[in-house]
Ligand binder design. Sequence first.
Ligand code: DX5
Ligand code: ZN
Length: 227
Amino acid sequence: MPNPNRIYPSILACDFSKVADEVRRCESAGCDGLHLDVMDGHFVPNLTIGPDVARAVRASGATTLDCHLMVTDPRSAAKWFAASGVDSITFHIEVSPDPAAVAGAIRKLGKNVGISLNPDTPASAIRAALPHVDNVLVMTVFPGFGGQSFIQSCLPKIREIRDMGFAGDLQVDGGINEETAALCAAAGANVFIAGTFLFKSTDMASTMRRMRARVDAARGAVTGAQN
Ligand code: DX5
Ligand code: ZN
């Protein structure tokens, strides 16, 4: 059975002056989960969400919380965010010389685990980690800020990771809209993280429906779509 397509709004693009309303807006628009971008000012030149904000997002009615750690010390951060009630935790290969150990530590916290790679990191860098993770997050912009343009040259990496035999969830993150999501779906992605595109839309529910139709069609069109 292929993994279902899922759409996760990235809360980084929300209006933080009314975060609870924004969470409810995503949930009632039919999102499959919410994506939390955690930045520490070291791994990336930006500082964002802490565990207390994650807790507030959860308390506002988020059903599934997917935490993306863009930090130099993922093991410490994973503990804090696990305690704040997230469901899955993704760390970056660029700061994890022993990814199996980090993945094991996150699993011990009772969370699903993901590994992410930057646009300039080759797919081969995560090959050995694949048996230890539930999902892979392919960055389609350089991490640090929302609202950037999709980097087209990241597309082949998605297929490469599928060709390595990875059958878990494959997320794409950065510059995702209905067009770029369809390109990623055709390459083998099934989880579409979108910030600016969804939050800037006046009717998030219909935007999400359109996006879903596009990715379903793109994946259906791939001969023998296994993942
Ligand atoms: C970038 C973050 C993304 C970002 C996506 O560092 O990991 O999740 O919020 O935002 P958009 O969809 O605006 O590119
Ligand atoms: Zn992210």
